[in-house]
Ligand binder design. Structure first.
Ligand code: NAP
Ligand code: BGC
Ligand code: ZN
Length: 356
């Protein structure tokens, strides 16, 4: 079968030929339908995040997949079921408390591997196998959008943790700010909208006309250009925010988020930046946290529960939004287009392995 992989030392993905995997007992064979591409894939390809499986010279890419069960292999699944795989798997060695309690998303990086990202092959192949416990059922009617379940699940977790950090008092957020107008940022903006935030904002650094700004405004949110209004100026230019969701990977935003928050507000940090040294006024940041009861939560990955919630959320997102967000679905013979980074009109792309 064919798979899209990044080879050691190379800077662009390539198609490789691999044997079709055989499911072990307890595993399901899945025929891949579509696999999405996000900012993390770009980081993996450029070599700033993740790594190859031990002893291998390539990594099969792809962690946002949807497929159809081809061989249920005596599990509870049936051939033809539409499924989405979770990303994390236990590393080869020893017992693992995070996986045992169903919270692989809480494992530190050395206590897990991530398929398609770090230490394990991904799903960007004609077929993949997975233990049944790491597959989540998706209604057949959502199959074409199923590759969005994984990124939505990322925000289900982050919002869940942010809300939990405010659960000790009567927190009723009205204003929500998303930093970043990439695919994760826009999906999250749509989720905040659906969660009943009265006023939503999204930060980018693009000139109009731009399709992401069109989506932001169609969602009823306000576009903020970080070149004109840097994050610390947002409270004066607009209003202090009850919730901030950082999805830029721009490291200064972690600290600037504290200034953008309203008293009692919470920021969720999602970006995975490279090392970058810069100066901050630590005293002011520390005092601001304390005197205004603010919180920041870091959040990575998601577990089965967040995937199940994401399936529900996917079903509630408007069709126009999904159509506008997914700007390209490419067959394997033009897979390069899904990774092209020179097209400002591209938002979310996927590689299609089989017709839906
Ligand atoms: P993406 O497509 O690269 O989106 C990032 C967006 O942020 C881009 O649209 C970029 O604008 C914008 N941006 C960057 N710096 C900015 C600045 N200073 N001011 C305004 N806008 C700025 O990536 P993504 O897939 O949406 O993911 C977003 C981030 O979350 C990445 O860092 C990714 O690694 C991370 N992530 C984390 C998790 C997790 O589990 N924690 C999961 C998925 C993704 P331009 O396009 O105009 O440059
Ligand atoms: C993936 C997560 C993963 C994270 C860090 C994200 O793009 O969606 O599943 O845990 O990157 O590698
Ligand atoms: Zn991702």
């Amino acid at each position: 079968m064919q798979a899209v992989a990044i080879r050691r030392g190379e800077t662009a993905p390539t198609v490789v030929e691999k044997p079709r995997p055989e499911p072990e007992p307890g595993e399901v064979l899945v025929r891949t339908l579509r696999v999405g591409v996000d900012g993390t894939d770009e980081e993996v390809i450029e070599g700033s995040h993740g790594g190859l499986p031990p002893g291998e010279d390539h990594l099969v890419l792809g962690h946002e997949a949807v497929g159809v069960v081809a061989d249920a292999n005596d599990t509870a699944f049936e051939p033809g079921d539409v499924v989405v795989p979770t990303v994390r798997r236990p590393p080869a060695e020893g017992p693992n408390e995070y996986f045992e309690r169903g919270e692989p998303d809480m494992a530190p990086p050395d206590a897990c591997v991530e398929r398609g990202i770090d230490g394990a092959h991904g799903f960007m192949a004609e077929y993949f196998t997975s233990p049944a416990e790491y597959l989540v059922s998706v209604p057949e009617s959502y199959a074409e959008w199923g590759f969005l379940v994984e990124p939505i699940s990322i925000s289900e977790k982050a919002i869940d943790h942010a809300e939990a950090s405010r659960s000790a008092f009567d927190w009723d957020p009205d204003s929500g700010l998303v930093l970043g107008n990439g695919s994760l940022g826009l999906l999250t903006l749509a989720m905040l909208d659906a969660r009943g935030y009265d006023r939503t904002y999204c930060l980018g650094r693009r000139d109009r006309p731009d399709p992401t700004i069109d989506i932001i405004e169609e969602l009823g949110a306000i576009y903020i250009d970080s070149r004109a209004t840097p994050v610390p100026e947002i409270p004066d230019a607009h209003e202090p925010m009850d919730f901030v969701y950082e999805a830029t990977g721009y490291a200064k935003h972690a600290f600037e988020t504290i200034e953008a928050l309203a008293p009692g507000g919470v920021g969720a940090l999602l970006g995975v930046p490279e090392p970058w040294e810069f100066e901050i006024d630590g005293g002011t940041v520390h005092k601001e946290f304390v005197m205004n009861n603010k919180a920041l939560v870091g959040s990575v990955n998601s577990n089965h529960r967040h995937f199940a919630a994401a399936v529900e959320t996917l079903g509630s997102l408007p069709e126009w939004f999904l159509d506008a967000l997914v700007t390209g679905v490419y067959d394997l013979d033009s897979y390069e287009a899904a990774f092209a980074d020179d097209d400002e009109t591209a938002i979310k792309a996927a590689v299609q392995f089989a017709q839906i």
